[in-house]
Design a protein around this ligand. Structure first.
Ligand SMILES: [Zn+2]
Length: 234
């Protein structure tokens, strides 16, 4: 999973077969290009209801093309179920209005040590194969005077997970969001995850997992990094 400097959306605009192959390779190697989730300019033109209708139609075509009989009782509801799941659940983090509203509190106890919330369950999907990434996030921050409700750390992590993702971007998006909300650079995020595109297809390695990290501000020091790592016991 290495970073590629060429913006993916530039490559997507190119049409020749060579570039198509280049795009395939970028996806298979899990390279990525932007910290922001790449969205096109009409991303929010359709409302969620319209998106679900369209996706259900497209998914019907995919199932038909695969040869599945959509008059079968078990299959006929699948396109609308998938559409609802995409828009309302597993990709709901693409809609800015779904971003959790965060209230901050004064740090009344003057707790100046790092606070760590570990083992936050994450379900995401690989943006290159649209299969699950199942992981755990570990978040630490040192208060600059404000504190955040603990469950909000989970909600922020899960909001960004509910997008087609690559693990590195997910890690950075969570960290940057928390730095902004908490008004401090002193944020650490570590994610360990299993990628089903690695375990259930392709190389089919069920034992490997991927670890990504972000250490900002005071967490850049060896001592704070070590303290955080000790708390999360990786
Ligand atoms: Zn993948």
């Amino acid at each position: 999973m290495k970073q590629k400097t060429t913006p993916l959306n530039t490559l997507h605009n190119l049409a020749s077969s060579d570039e198509y192959i280049a795009n395939e390779e970028i996806g298979d190697n899990h390279e990525w290009s932007n910290i922001e989730t790449p969205m096109h300019k009409n991303a929010f033109k359709l409302n969620p209801k319209e998106k679900k209708e369209k996706i259900a139609g497209y998914f019907t075509k995919i199932m038909n093309t695969l040869g599945l009989d959509l008059t079968d009782d078990s299959l006929k509801g699948t396109p609308s179920r998938v559409a609802k799941m995409y828009v309302d659940e597993i990709f709901s983090g693409l809609l800015p209005e779904n971003k959790p509203k965060i209230a901050l509190f004064e740090n009344k106890y003057s707790y100046n040590e790092m606070l760590v919330e570990k083992n936050i369950t994450l379900y995401s999907n690989c943006e290159h194969h649209f299969v699950p990434i199942i992981g755990r996030a570990h978040i630490g921050y040192i208060s600059s005077g404000k504190v955040i409700g603990l469950s909000k750390l989970n909600r922020i992590a899960q909001y960004f997970a509910k997008r087609p993702q690559v693990q590195e971007r997910l890690t950075i998006q969570i960290a940057h969001e928390l730095q902004g909300i908490l008004e401090t650079e002193d944020v650490a995020v570590v994610i360990t995850a299993e990628h089903l595109c690695v375990s259930s297809r392709g190389i089919k390695d069920v034992n490997s997992s991927t670890i990504s990290s972000f250490f900002g501000g005071k967490f850049e020091s060896e001592q704070k990094r070590q303290e955080f790592n000790n708390y999360i016991c990786l």
